[in-house]
Write a protein that binds this ligand. Structure first.
Ligand SMILES: [Zn+2]
Length: 80
């Protein structure tokens, strides 16, 4: 088992306001909107940046391999 990464401080702005969240991700490839299952990610409420964990990255990579190599804007839908 590989542990998911843990953040105490935001890697971008060093704020402690970073929190683990779960939710779905949506991203658009050309005209197609792709929605992932619920995945974990980290969200910093100080700078607004989000960091996907390994599970989320793996799911997105698999989706992209099936479709195209181009990743566009990712929209987060938080459940908490
Ligand atoms: Zn931050």
């Amino acid at each position: 088992m590989v542990n998911n990464m843990e953040f105490i401080l935001c890697p971008l702005c060093a704020s402690p306001k970073i929190k683990k969240k779960r939710g779905t991700l949506e991203f658009k490839i050309r005209e197609t909107l792709i929605t992932t299952p619920v995945v974990g990610y980290w969200y910093c409420s100080n700078c607004g940046e989000s960091f996907l964990d390994h599970e989320a990255n793996r799911i997105i990579d698999e989706e992209l391999r099936l479709k195209t190599s181009r990743r566009k804007e990712i929209i987060l839908h938080s459940l908490n």
